[in-house]
Write a protein that binds this ligand. Structure first.
Ligand code: HEM
Length: 439
């Protein structure tokens, strides 16, 4: 973290308990590379989206390149780092976190390949490898969290997020068994299983983690104090109700329950927006930076995503309609939040590693975090992402293929820009040496 003058503030996102640099940065690097690869594949597959073919192997693979390769990998690295700051405990096993990266890498690359070719044996083998590495990640996190004395809604959000990840991954096991043809009876409930898997993973894991860590990171990056926190426990309760009511609706197929769940979700996001506004109003930093605006916009996008969900209950757009809403949520909410925080977290980690102890190095002046990246460069990325998502979704709702393709291209371009900016901060030749030195 920096003051408005660009000088680092004590504390920030590193403490003496933080894991070695190589642990979080390796997950983040893999995440950033997958963001770029996803963006290129997304642009290439735009015509498939334009014709709305849900369940196409290449699209399922693409979804997981984003969710597992880019988002979850980056998030795991960030969580390993931030847990030590937010909960004041070291992570339970650095060795497990370090080795688990390689298991995860093998699992995700294999799963992506198996999904793109719909290779049943590969789905089974690499699906299980990925599942095992995610269980291991959750075990490390839950053991770490068990030791913290920091309680309250943030703890509740992060703890629940990991419980939801275990459930989402457990449902993925059933999907893998069904899709690989080993337990064909599961095909009878494949629609419900896929929907439950998505709600648990996107609504449970990612949303809870985003809400929880925002409560810590927003005040930290805006230097806010003295805002009220009493609403946070209501956000947590409503978010749980929303997830479980929607899951119940999926299985008992009662439309009213979908409505109830979505309304609880809308209230959750509204209260969270109120909290974010209160934090930003009580900030000490003069300007609100673009990455922070990106994080706030992501919650606004989440609100519109849930409105689309409600509209979809009226207008039956088939499976393709659901697929558009899921993509809207994954890109507009989860991806945008992760990007917003990445603009703050990655430069800080690199600066702490390379420059915090170094003497004057740039024309006699110390290197500041703002020398690593000018965060105003995130502006075209966020604008492009929002414009592409809105244009693509609108075009998809009226089945206008050129609009969907154009929207996907703009989204792809914005994500590639983000990826390139992050890779420039990471400086691959230097990073390569640093990572080799740690093994
Ligand atoms: C936590 C992160 C995850 C998220 C956000 C996620 C999200 C999704 C989404 C959105 C779909 C629907 C795809 C589509 O029809 O286009 C899906 C389906 C699926 N996912 Fe995941 N997923 C996650 C983790 C996993 C894991 C770890 C596995 C495997 C071990 C997995 C296996 C599957 C399978 C087999 C399908 C069903 C494909 C089909 O039959 O059409 N997912 N997931």
């Amino acid at each position: 973290m920096q003051t408005s003058a660009g000088a680092p503030v004590m504390g920030g996102i590193s403490t003496s308990q933080s894991p070695p640099f190589a642990v979080p940065i390796r997950y983040m690097l893999f995440g950033v590379i997958c963001f770029g690869l996803f963006a290129i594949d997304f642009a290439f597959q735009s015509s498939t989206f334009a014709h709305g073919v849900p369940g196409t192997p290449s699209v399922v693979a693409l979804t997981h390149a984003l969710t597992l390769g880019a988002l979850l990998s980056f998030v795991m690295g960030a969580v390993y780092q931030l847990t030590t700051v937010a909960f004041l405990v070291p992570i339970a096993s650095v060795t497990a976190a370090r080795w688990n990266f390689w298991i995860y890498l093998i699992g995700v690359v294999g799963l992506f390949t198996s999904m793109s070719r719909w290779w049943p044996l590969g789905l089974l083998v690499f699906g299980f490898v990925t599942v095992i590495s995610l269980y291991l990640y959750c075990a490390v996190m839950l053991t770490s969290l068990a030791k913290t004395k920091v309680r309250g809604p943030m703890f509740g959000f992060v703890l629940s997020a990991h419980a939801y990840l275990i459930l989402a991954v457990s449902v993925a096991v059933l999907l893998v068994l069904a899709d690989s043809g080993y337990v064909p009876t599961l095909d009878l409930a494949i629609g419900q299983l896929i929907a439950t898997h998505i709600v648990l993973a996107a609504g449970g894991f990612f949303t809870f983690l985003i809400l929880g860590f925002s409560l810590k990171l927003l005040p930290m990056f805006t230097l806010a104090h003295g805002f009220s926190t009493w609403r946070q426990k209501w956000t947590l309760r409503l978010a749980h109700v929303s997830v479980w009511v929607i899951i119940a609706a999926i299985w008992v197929a009662i439309p009213l329950l979908f409505w109830l769940g979505a309304i609880c979700g809308l209230l959750t996001l509204l209260i969270h927006l109120w909290d974010m506004w209160a934090i930003i109003k009580n900030r000490m930093r003069k300007k609100v930076e673009w990455p922070i605006l990106g994080v706030v916009s992501a919650v606004v996008m989440g609100f519109f995503g849930l409105c689309l969900f409600l509209l979809r209950l009226f207008w039956h757009g088939g499976e393709a309609g659901w697929q558009t809403i899921v993509m809207f949520y994954m890109l507009g909410v989860v991806t945008m939040t992760v990007m917003g925080f990445a603009y703050k977290i990655v430069p800080f980690l690199i600066w702490t590693k390379r420059h915090s102890r170094a003497q004057a190095t740039r024309q006699g002046n110390p290197i500041l975090i703002s020398d690593l990246i000018d965060v105003r460069r995130s502006r075209p990325v966020f604008i492009g992402l929002i414009a592409g998502i809105i244009a693509g979704t609108t075009a998809a709702s009226v089945s206008w293929a050129p609009g969907v393709i154009g929207g996907c291209m703009v989204i792809g371009l914005a994500i590639v820009m983000f990826s390139v900016q992050m890779l420039r901060v990471l400086k691959l030749p230097t990073l390569r040496k640093e990572l080799f030195r740690h093994d």
